[in-house]
Design a protein around this ligand. Structure first.
Ligand code: NAP
Length: 242
């Protein structure tokens, strides 16, 4: 019996989630776009009566309001929208008060989540090697609204979290149709280390979000996607705000 999925935000990611949902064991029971959900008017107990879980990919300025409404009616939710992490503490507060679990991530690609761990380990090992400087760079398609990307900010934050306290020079480009490239480098007079993740398409993000949707049903609290992926690994990395 497929689980019933609501898609909140029916843009590029929402439409991809719809296409891949059946192979992840979901039937799409509800789709909300800007017209059906202006000021969260579509997030009602009636609309969500038969819904098991929601996946939210909208825009940075409405994502938190959508989450407030989804939590208020107890809908387990996977949020993919980026650009709102300054409000993470407030979001954790209302998620903890609700009966619904929420998974968030700046990047639902499994490869990127492994990349985050590799970057953090390199930063930890070079934390006290003062001759090395670090940079962080990303490029995305020209329609992406936030810059730097949430993934780049998270990589930099995690480098600091593991003890890399020197300056990290970072920059972003927006051009063409690039689905997302992230690069972290370390440079000294003797050598350069370049770590790069290149997404080939958006499918990896959609598949990861659907995996998180299967996981979050029946859970409570706010969870980062790494907890879903590395649940059996004692070394799960948490953001400092967790
Ligand atoms: N975490 C990840 O792995 C990941 C991966 C890819 C993208 N993202 C992020 O996910 C978000 C969406 O990406 P996208 O490429 O799908 O963007 P998109 O194509 O612009 O789609 C966003 C959609 O949300 C709609 N929307 C606006 N307000 C809404 C509301 N109140 N309720 C429901 N829908 C509303 C927009 O409608 P209008 O166009 O009419 O305003 C648009 O169709 C962005 O923040 C992006 O950075 C995250």
């Amino acid at each position: 019996m497929p689980r019933n999925l609501a898609i909140v935000g029916y843009g590029k990611m929402g439409q991809l989630i719809e296409r891949l949902a059946p192979e992840a064991g979901f039937a799409v029971g509800l789709k909300l776009d800007i017209d059906s959900n202006e000021d969260q008017q579509g997030i009602t107990p009636e609309n969500f009566r038969d819904i098991d879980v929601a996946i939210e990919f909208s825009t940075p300025h409405v994502a938190v309001d959508n989450l407030v409404s989804l939590c208020a009616i107890g809908v387990p939710t996977v949020v993919g929208t980026t650009g709102w992490y300054g409000e993470l503490a407030r979001v954790k507060g209302f998620v903890d008060q609700s009966s619904a679990g929420v998974v968030y991530s700046a990047n639902y690609s499994i490869g990127v989540n492994v990349f985050r761990r590799v970057v953090a380990e390199a930063a930890r090992l070079l934390a006290n090697e003062n001759e090395y400087g670090a940079w962080a760079w990303e490029i995305h398609h020209s329609a992406k609204k936030d810059a730097p990307s949430g993934t780049l900010l998270q990589l930099v934050e995690e480098m600091k979290h593991v003890g890399y306290s020197r300056q990290i020079d970072f920059s972003s480009n927006r051009a063409g149709a690039n689905p997302g490239t992230h690069e972290i480098g370390f440079d000294s007079a003797a050598d350069t280390i370049t770590l790069r993740h290149t997404a080939r398409s958006r499918e990896g993000f959609a598949r990861g979000a659907l995996k998180a949707a299967q996981w979050v049903i029946g859970k409570r609290g706010l969870h980062e996607f790494a907890e879903v992926l590395f649940a059996d690994d004692a070394k799960v990395m948490r953001r400092p705000a967790d």
